[in-house]
Write a protein that binds this ligand. Structure first.
Ligand code: ATP
Ligand code: MG
Length: 329
């Protein structure tokens, strides 16, 4: 007997990176045997920022799906599906949008941060409203747990409010979800400022090889006051050290001491880190090679997953329409 249902997923805006892994993927892989797990390829949500280039979705969709399979999402156990092929999600979004206030969206801290970081002033209806659509993604399948990174917590809170409001207004048929934030709630990007993100060009991808990893780590921001190798470094303001904390738990204390006393240079510290990241990613790369050689199998997994989810969605919408007394005939 499973403990409940998980709904989680990613925008199909490119390949997945280390931030996804520590924020959410790791938990999904671990919990898929305890919870009935649905994973959404959020292609509609990708359009909120990529509407000018919908042609990229098709490749992205497959890349993200292969990322899931590579890190250990088991397609026999978990259900991976495509958001745009579940029209019930769009329908539910519309019903929610009748009672969600525009101010509550304007004040959503993640919307504010993302709009600023992306340089958006006059927000589109779709971008401002994507937390409503995300509430529909989560609630159409009555998920009770949502493994996510920290940036998503305000959206889960909003989803809980929407579900409560719906249940009060009409009939208690929907389920309030809980967020589950991963081991690293917000992995910083190579720039040392913004969150590691597909859109900010500051990410190390789960599909990268050692040379690419090394190249990126070499460019990562370190303590700017440290010029010579023998200068004492300050790990507290060094992005590379913040990664040692995550990827190299056994050596991090030693490295910290050596850095503070000017006995290890940034070049050596970066070489060690790249090796550790490569160690984590190597088994993913091996699995990836199998799925890349079998693209039809990947498509079949997505089609089967989407068909299964469609049935769940239809059943929830039947209950939603009944609760709202709009089941006319
Ligand atoms: P985009 O730039 O297209 O928005 P993204 O890199 O921000 O892409 P999303 O698809 O928006 O990725 O996020 C998917 C999931 O991964 C969310 O649960 C999010 O919280 C988590 N996540 C993304 N980036 C990070 C990060 N740097 N640290 C922790 N969790 C992250
Ligand atoms: Mg994002």
């Amino acid at each position: 007997m499973k403990k409940g249902r998980i709904l989680t997923g990613d925008r199909t805006t490119g390949k997945l990176h280390l931030g996804h892994y520590f924020g959410s993927l790791q938990n999904r892989v671990k919990l898929q045997y305890e919870y009935e797990t649905f994973i959404i390829l959020a292609d509609v949500q990708a359009l909120t920022t990529h509407f000018e280039n919908p042609g990229m979705l098709s490749e992205s969709l497959r890349n993200v799906a292969i990322d899931y399979l590579s890190v250990g999402i088991d397609p026999e156990i978990s259900t991976i599906f495509v958001q745009s092929l579940i029209p019930e999600i769009a329908e539910l979004t519309i019903y929610y949008s009748m009672f969600v206030s525009v101010n509550s969206l304007r004040h959503n801290p993640t919307i504010k941060t993302e709009a600023k970081e992306r340089g958006y002033n006059d927000l589109t209806y779709g971008f401002l409203g994507y937390p409503v659509s995300q509430a529909a993604d989560i609630s159409f399948c009555k998920a009770n747990l949502v493994p996510v990174g920290e940036d998503q917590v305000p959206h889960i809170e909003m989803c809980r409010k929407i579900v409560r409001r719906f249940n009060e207004l009409y009939k208690p048929v929907l389920v309030e979800p809980q967020a589950l934030v991963g081991e690293v709630p917000r992995l910083v990007g190579l720039d040392g400022k913004l969150k590691m993100s597909k859109s900010y060009g500051n990410a190390i991808y789960l599909s990268e090889n050692y040379d690419d990893i090394m190249k990126k780590v070499r460019e990562a921001v370190t303590d700017p006051n440290r010029i010579k190798k023998t200068d004492p470094g300050n790990p507290d303001i060094c992005t590379v050290f913040s990664y040692q904390n995550i990827f190299n738990k056994t050596e991090k204390e030693n490295i910290e001491e050596l850095c503070r006393s000017g006995r290890i240079g940034c070049v050596e510290c970066k070489r060690i880190l790249a090796g550790k990241i490569n160690e984590l990613i190597t088994p993913f790369r091996e699995k990836r090679a199998y799925y890349e050689a079998h693209p039809k199998l990947v498509d079949e997994i997505l089609i089967a997953g989407t068909n299964k989810v469609r049935e769940v969605a239809k059943e929830t919408m039947r209950e939603v329409r009944e609760a709202m007394k709009i089941n006319y005939f």
